[in-house]
Design a protein around this ligand. Structure first.
Ligand SMILES: NC(=O)c1ccc[n+]([C@@H]2O[C@H](COP(=O)([O-])OP(=O)(O)OC[C@H]3O[C@@H](n4cnc5c(N)ncnc54)[C@H](O)[C@@H]3O)[C@@H](O)[C@H]2O)c1
Length: 496
């Protein structure tokens, strides 16, 4: 027996057919209760800090200025990484515009709708400029960024030719790689070491070397490497002590991406994870991140099909339209598609893509509408399309009196064109977090959930997946940092 709530928030006693169903229900309700408690605590904390905020004249003093160069370290110099770096250089040269980037084109409304104050985000908070960015990376292949971008086939060769002198100078450092974690690829540019701790030390040397040779005053690591095979956290991932022991003992549950994350955080360098691997979504990394004031965020860039899902699902919930099934399938022909053709890597991606509906639709609160959804996600490797993915969605919904309806989405997108501005924003915002006393010791930067399919949260807190809640959270965080009023959209003051 357990309680459930109807759509009006009334509480009922529920009988279950068997004990497994009852346990599953209890589990869901406990998670919801945890999340509600955490939300209450966060609201309380926000109230306390807003009292503090009004007593200090301005919060800007707590954000250090973005002085000097910002170094970007990228494990995985494939399609996304090269489209990002080439794009930054093209924009710097005035050859193209930063379309899709919130930090470059977005604005933030301040005060009342009648105040007419909507500065650009990059003018409202002190962000590094594109001219400040310098790059390095690691890859298992020896291609420089020009060669890698040419192979990825995302950008037009005429544009690439103009960027060749710059892109050719960025050559990959030897990678930390384990074929068991990415079965479909192998390459020659790989570090050797007796233990995983030796490999971590070599990565730390690389980071120090780049800091010195580039003259960067601050660094950020941005994982753009392949999706690794699915694993679940073990004892080794629970604390810095157990993780370091596991590194020395070559524990097979430590994936290469975790070694990059450990090396970065040990060097005090923030880390963002663009793939669905666990990587920084582990207690050990949260501990290190807080200790060394190196912010973390992830997982898995929210670009194509999941972006659409997190726009449409909130609309169904807002209008109380039921959902009986959502079938999503893709064809994709780039190297990422090839890697995801392996069942281990696909499972990691599948978990990340499947999670969003449950959290948006809250079947525990709306059992008649969302208690029985068939949700399926497929990715098919299809070389002729290259990076130009096609994603189809068939959505079965039902309305008034239960009458069924269907929606079909056919999104002919360009994977790396959608991902590159996300990389840019994450680099600039993570650097802001590192320079900001209110954010740098928090560990997970939940306000950056906007960019991820599977946003990281502290234990016991469910993630926000609704794109527009995520955007509001991000902009309110910026307002909060600058001591501006948060925008609640209440709006009663206009009718006083
Ligand atoms: N493009 C998108 O829209 C999108 C969306 C969400 C997530 N992602 C994820 O972003 C990542 C990059 O995507 P991509 O299209 O650029 O893939 P890609 O295959 O073109 O590039 C990945 C690169 O990582 C390298 N690599 C693999 N393991 C490495 C290691 N241990 N160290 C250093 N390099 C390593 C590979 O050699 C390859 O060059 C993938 O994990 C992908 O799933 C992409």
């Amino acid at each position: 027996m357990a309680d459930w709530w109807d759509a009006d928030g009334r509480r009922h006693r529920k009988q279950f057919a068997n004990s497994a169903a009852a346990r599953e229900h209890e589990h869901r309700e406990t998670a919801l209760a945890h999340a509600e408690r955490a939300t209450r605590e966060m609201k309380l904390a926000a109230r306390t800090s807003s009292t503090k905020r009004s007593s200090s004249k301005t919060e800007t003093g707590t954000i250090e200025p973005a002085k000097g160069k910002l170094g970007v370290l990228i494990p995985g110099m494939g399609a996304v990484a090269t489209t990002f770096v080439a794009g930054v250089e093209a924009i710097r040269k005035g050859l193209a515009k930063p379309i899709g980037s919130l930090t470059q084109m977005g604005t933030v409304r301040l005060g009342k709708r009648t105040d007419g104050r909507s500065p650009k985000i990059k003018e409202f908070v002190p962000l590094a400029t594109l001219d400040d960015l310098v790059f390095t990376g690691w890859d298992i292949f020896e291609d420089n960024m020009y060669e890698a971008a040419s192979n990825a086939g995302v950008l037009d060769y005429r544009l690439l030719e103009q960027l060749k002198p710059f892109l050719s100078t960025i050559t990959p450092r030897a990678a930390v790689f384990d074929h068991n974690y990415v079965k479909k690829i192998d390459g020659p540019n790989v570090k050797k070491g007796k233990t995983k701790m030796d490999l971590a030390e070599q990565l730390r040397d690389d980071i120090r070397d780049f800091r010195k040779t580039s003259g960067a005053s601050r660094l950020i690591t941005m994982w753009c490497g392949s999706t690794e095979s699915y694993i679940e956290p073990t004892e080794a991932h629970q604390s810095v002590k157990s993780f370091e022991k596991a590194l020395r003992e070559n524990d097979e549950m430590i994936a290469p991406s975790m070694i990059y994350a450990y090396a970065s955080l040990m060097e005090g360098v923030p880390f963002a994870n663009g793939a669905p691997n666990l990587t920084v979504d582990l207690p050990v990394m949260l501990e290190l991140s807080r200790k060394n004031e190196a912010p973390i965020c992830g997982k898995d860039f929210k670009t194509g099909q999941t972006l659409m899902k997190t726009v449409l699902a909130p609309a169904f919930k807002a209008r109380l339209l039921g959902l009986s099934g959502w079938y999503s399938t893709n064809i994709l022909g780039n190297r990422d598609g090839e890697v995801l053709d392996d069942p281990g890597s696909f499972k990691t991606k599948e978990e990340s893509k499947l999670g969003v509906l449950e959290h948006i639709l809250q079947p525990g609160l709306y059992p008649e509408l969302y208690g029985n959804i068939f949700h399926k996600v497929r990715i098919n490797y299809y070389p002729p399309r290259g990076d130009n993915k096609e994603g189809w969605d068939n959505i079965d919904i039902f309305g008034w009196l239960g009458y069924p309806m269907q929606i079909k989405v056919d999104f002919l997108c360009r994977d790396s064109i959608l991902a590159a501005p996300i990389v840019l924003d994450l680099v600039l915002f993570l650097d802001l977090a590192k320079r900001c006393t209110a954010l740098r010791g928090l560990g997970i930067q939940e306000w950056l959930s906007f960019y991820f399919k599977s946003p990281m949260t502290p234990p016991g807190l469910y993630p926000e997946h609704d794109l527009f809640i995520q955007l509001m959270k991000l902009k309110n965080t910026l307002r909060h940092l600058k001591g501006e009023e948060l925008i609640t959209h209440l709006g009663l003051e206009y009718y006083d």
